[in-house]
Design a protein around this ligand. Structure first.
Ligand code: HEM
Ligand SMILES: Cc1cc2nc3c(=O)[nH]c(=O)nc-3n(C[C@H](O)[C@H](O)[C@H](O)COP(=O)(O)O)c2cc1C
Length: 520
């Protein structure tokens, strides 16, 4: 592909982008790109630097810390090298750039005012953030992360649907439960371990699926996987990773092989961190099948199928930042009116995911996978019962960290509803929950009410963003300390005895009266 031709396609009307020395036509993909159009338009028809010497996914440090040299450098901070070819159809993959003509391309970004929000970390500001030892609870990672990662990354992580009601309700739900502790029980030894899908882990929480961890730190998901293996906790990498799944699995395997995680065993056996594949079902069945095959090949132990995302939730702050970025680009975009009329609000964005996904689809997914399955994003007792009847091994109560449906029920409300209406679900399926968990005590409340394990999302991303993998180690240390302390104060010695305790909940919002819950 001649560079002179590439240089002509630098607008929303025709947008070509050069990644890893190959040319892609992303014009039709512009409105679909979950990261916004502006990141693509910024690099449309532009030059590139030392591609030949670059190993995909292994960016030189200079490129990581803010010098946005070319599209590949920018893309690689966020995406795994294969994302583009997995996303675009073959005819949009236009072939290799003719290196003899490269000189004909402009360098620098298409921007009226510099490099836009960008995705680069502010590592230079690391000196200004508090010493990691000053982080004594998970919330303490938020401000250091805000200062270290890019505005775009922070907005992406922290944003949630509409008025943020689901997000705030998630955080508040945990304060609506009180323990009913027991005393005079020997708690000189406590065992935090539990099992998910029969796989023992050191503590009753796991690292929840979060897309594009590379936005927080260049180690991305590979860094999280290493920490998970070292600490004996399970991790569910997202469908959308910044690092290829093969590299995540390799990093996890290597860290597990060093035996670093074996110290986290218990009387019940050694903890053995496992990877569970989070699956977004794609609109193209063959793409979903290839994701399942890859998960099998890499030895992922379970499939967590996300069922709450027929389209991307409405996140105001995220959208505002992307629009600001597009406006800063200066060039007229087709949907913005030349007379300054407001642009048309785009339709819902499926992000390429299946919008027709239904209970029947579970059959072919189960057949292709052949292993244990959790449905992630169940938000009603009725669907929990249907999931049980569909034969899944686990029901994962989650509203996606409040990022999808506005006014979605927090997981605790759904859990209590299941206990009242269909308690058999708790006996026949493992229950996982997530959303707003910031304390070891919150985790034990969920266990006390019947959950098997709890997912942690944002807090670990903030820890990763602020301090890298050692921040995630520290966050896990904090949770471990809180879990041990709370368990002892509860008069419990392991997760089973926690689940046999009673708890009390506020009968309804705003009422102070507490209604005790007895275990069935
Ligand atoms: C310079 C190039 C690129 C940059 C800097 C970039 C950046 C980003 C960012 C920041 C996100 C986060 C989503 C958000 O903010 O809500 C994102 C998401 C995504 N991008 Fe890109 N992107 C680039 C090119 C591409 C290309 C060429 C493709 C494929 C054709 C692609 C596919 C995706 C997909 C599938 C997601 C969704 C991940 C999710 O929903 O979790 N990106 N991108
Ligand atoms: C930045 C970010 C990205 C996420 N990406 C995914 C994803 O790719 N797949 C998925 O099933 N859930 C995703 N989630 C939802 C998490 O798995 C989890 O349900 C949620 O973060 C839990 O809430 P918490 O952040 O309050 O702990 C994401 C959440 C965040 C914050």
């Amino acid at each position: 592909m001649d560079a002179r031709e590439v240089a002509k396609h630098r607008s929303a009307a025709s947008c070509w982008i050069v990644l890893h020395g190959k040319v892609y036509d992303v014009t039709d993909y512009l409105p679909e790109h979950p990261g916004g159009k502006s990141v693509l338009l910024r690099w449309a028809g532009k030059g590139y630097t030392d591609q030949a010497s670059r190993v995909p996914g292994d960016e030189p440090r200079a490129n990581r810390i803010g010098q946005q040299k070319d599209a590949t450098a920018e893309y690689s901070k966020v995406h795994s090298p294969s994302t583009v070819e997995e996303t675009l159809t073959k005819e949009k993959q236009l072939g290799p750039l003719d290196s003899a003509t490269v000189e004909c391309l402009d360098n620098g970004v298409n921007s009226a005012s510099g490099s836009g929000a960008g995705v680069a970390r502010n590592d230079a500001k690391q000196d200004a953030i508090p010493h990691i030892d000053l982080c004594v609870r998970l919330d303490d990672f938020v401000e250091p992360a805000r200062r270290t990662i890019s505005e775009q990354a922070f907005t992406y992580i922290s944003s949630a649907a509409d008025t943020l009601q689901s997000y705030h309700d998630n955080a508040e739900q945990w304060s609506k439960v009180s323990f009913i502790p027991r005393v005079l029980r020997d708690v000189s030894r406590v065992d935090l371990s539990t099992c998910m899908f029969g796989q023992r882990c050191a503590m009753p929480f796991f690292i929840a699926a979060t897309a594009l961890v590379g936005l927080t730190h260049p180690d991305g998901e590979a860094g999280l996987a290493r920490v998970a293996a070292a600490r004996g906790v399970h991790y569910s990498p997202s469908t959308y990773t910044s690092v290829p799944h093969a590299k995540i699995a390799k990093s996890h395997g290597e860290a597990a092989a060093t035996g670093a995680g074996s110290g986290s065993g218990s009387a019940s056996g050694p903890a053995d961190s496992r990877l569970f594949s989070q699956l977004y079902v794609h609109s193209r069945k063959e793409k979903t099948l290839s994701l399942i095959q890859e998960a099998k090949r890499l030895g992922y132990r379970a499939l967590m199928i996300t069922v709450d995302t027929p389209c991307v939730g409405n996140r105001d702050e995220d959208r505002r930042l992307k629009i600001r970025d597009e406006l800063e680009l200066g060039g007229p975009l087709p949907e913005s009116d030349a007379d300054g009329e407001p642009r048309v609000v785009p339709g819902r964005n499926s992000g390429g995911l299946s919008q027709s996904l239904n209970w029947e689809d579970l059959k072919w997914i189960r057949e292709a996978w052949g292993g244990p399955i959790a449905l992630k994003g169940i938000q009603s007792a009725e669907d929990a019962k249907l999931a049980m009847e569909a034969g899944v091994e686990a029901v994962y109560l989650s509203n996606h960290g409040g990022r999808q449906l506005h006014s979605a029920p927090p997981c605790l409300a759904t859990l209590l509803q299941i206990r009242r209406q269909y308690p058999e679900v708790l006996r026949r399926c493992e229950i996982f929950v997530d959303g707003g968990v910031a304390r070891g005590g919150d985790i034990l409340k969920a266990i006390c009410l019947g959950a098997k394990a709890v997912g942690i999302g944002r807090p670990l991303l903030y820890a990763m963003g602020a301090y890298g993998p050692k921040g995630v180690h520290k966050a896990i240390d904090i949770l471990k300390y809180e879990l041990e302390t709370t368990m002892a104060l509860l008069g419990a010695t392991n997760c089973k005895t926690v689940s046999e305790l009673r708890a009390a909940t506020e009968r309804s919002r705003g009422k102070k009266s507490m209604s005790p819950i007895t275990q069935e």
